[in-house]
Every structure is written in structure tokens, then in C-alpha cells.
Design a protein around this ligand. Structure first.
Ligand SMILES: [Zn+2]
Length: 252
């Protein structure tokens, strides 16, 4: 069974994902702020969109839900608490629920703090985590609605417990600037240093317009194993340390 994952560049630095079950041709769209790039990718793939998934309510992850739902006649899934906030919301999911995309199954993880209704989708067999704005490569999203305890549970317990080879597909191409902060948080960490060099080489090829980005200028996916060695937030020993690092990053 193959899970085909297309990375669609949207807005200025967002990632929208088109996840296709190659056996059935069924597909899910994850975190779409713009409809047109998704329409084009779906056309190219010749897949059938049966679900629209949001990790959280922010417009840069959900604004295109109604347009996609109308075009594909597909339900819009998000956390059960976000019925009033996620555009086009039709179906609430929560920790422990599963979401099928053709023959593939994703588990829902409840990981609040960037927002109070933030979830992740984990395809255990497909080895793919869709982490929205909670976990970025070498970073994490701001704590807009929750606290450091919630963030510690999400990053350092739930997501950190996933296998090393789990691929991380996050909401933004922020890897280079995150690594620049990470190296100040952990100046002696060689894994961070090496990854920064690698990422700089990749990003040096970047197109002027993110919409035109080709796969070879994308630093996503990362992996959970890599995050465990290079992500200062996931590496925090307790919620207090995590809160301190988050505060430092806010003003970096
Ligand atoms: Zn967000």
C-alpha cells in the first residue's frame, strides 16, 4: 500500500498537503488556505478528494475549506471543539478517532496550545505525521491559546513518542529561521549545525514566488528522529524549560 503525499506551496510559506491512496485513487486535502493550487494538483494527480482536513482554525490553514467542499462534495474535518471556528466545518474528531483515506488510516492526536483545538493526523503505516503549526522542523508554533504544560504534553510526550522514521509534514517552510534560533538555544549541538548547513544549501535554490517552489527547495518532510536531535522545543526537559525557550523565540 502506498500513500502518495504531494506538497503544495500556498500563500507565502505555507504547506498544503494532498494525500492520495494510490490503490483506490481516494485523497484528502490537509490545511488549505487557497483553492486554486489544490484544484491544479488534484487535476494533475487524477485523484478523487473524499475528505478535507484541518489541523486548526487559523485562516492560513482553513480558508479554502468551503471552496474545496463545494467542488468535491467532501466533508470538512477538524477538532470537535472548533465547529464555530473552522470554515466549512462538518465533522468533529477527537483524540483516538481515526480518519480513512482510501485504504489508509490516520489516527487523530489532540495537541493543543498554538490553538485550543489543534490536532495532528498520524498515518502509522504510511509513516507520515501532519503536525500543522504545533511542530515545525526545528521549531514549534506560538502559544496563542494554551500554556506551556499543554505544549509540553503535545511536543515532548505525544509527538516525541512517535517512531524515529515517522516523517513530519508541518504547516510552514520555517526550517532555516528555526535552525538559526535553535543554534543559539543549543550552541554546542552538532546535529543542529549540520542540519543548518544542509538546509541553507536547499533554500539557496528557492524561487522568488513560493507558489512556484519545486520539491528540491523544500526542507519538509523532516522526521521525528531528526526533531529529537535538532528541535530545542521537543528536547526540553520540562514545561518550565519549554516555556522559557518559547518566550526567547517569540522575541528572536
Ligand atoms: Zn496557526
Amino acid at each position: 500500500m502506498t500513500l502518495d503525499i504531494e506538497r503544495i506551496p500556498t500563500l507565502g510559506d505555507n504547506y498544503t498537503y494532498l494525500v492520495v491512496c494510490t490503490e483506490s485513487g481516494e485523497a484528502a486535502v490537509i490545511d488549505a488556505p487557497e483553492a486554486e493550487p489544490v484544484f491544479a494538483a488534484v487535476e494533475r494527480k487524477g485523484c478523487r478528494v473524499t475528505k478535507i482536513l484541518s489541523t486548526h482554525h487559523h485562516p492560513d490553514h482553513s480558508a479554502a475549506n468551503p471552496a474545496l467542499a463545494e467542488r468535491y462534495g467532501a466533508p470538512v474535518l477538524a477538532h470537535v471543539s472548533d465547529a464555530e471556528r473552522v470554515p466549512g466545518f462538518t465533522l468533529g474528531v477527537d483524540e483516538g478517532d481515526t480518519v480513512k483515506v482510501g485504504q489508509h488510516v490516520a489516527r487523530v492526536l489532540f495537541i493543543p496550545s498554538h490553538t485550543l483545538g489543534h490536532i495532528a493526523y498520524v498515518f502509522d503505516e504510511g509513516k507520515a505525521l501532519f503536525s500543522g503549526d504545533m511542530l515545525f522542523a526545528a521549531g514549534c508554533g506560538r502559544m496563542f491559546e494554551g500554556d506551556a504544560n499543554m505544549m509540553y504534553d503535545a511536543l515532548c510526550k505525544k509527538l516525541s513518542a512517535l517512531p524515529d522514521d515517522m516523517q513530519v509534514f508541518c504547516g510552514h517552510e520555517y526550517t532555516e529561521s528555526n535552525l538559526l534560533f535553535a543554534i543559539t538555544a543549543e550552541p554546542d549541538n552538532l546535529d543542529i549545525k549540520n542540519k543548518l548547513e544542509r538546509v541553507r544549501a536547499i533554500r539557496a535554490k528557492a524561487a522568488d514566488d513560493w507558489h512556484d517552489a519545486s520539491p528540491d527547495e523544500m526542507t519538509i518532510p523532516s522526521t521525528i528522529g531528526e526533531e529529537r536531535t535538532t528541535n530545542p522545543f521537543m528536547r526540553a526537559r520540562d514545561s518550565e524549560e519549554l516555556g522559557r525557550i518559547r518566550l526567547a523565540k517569540d522575541s528572536f
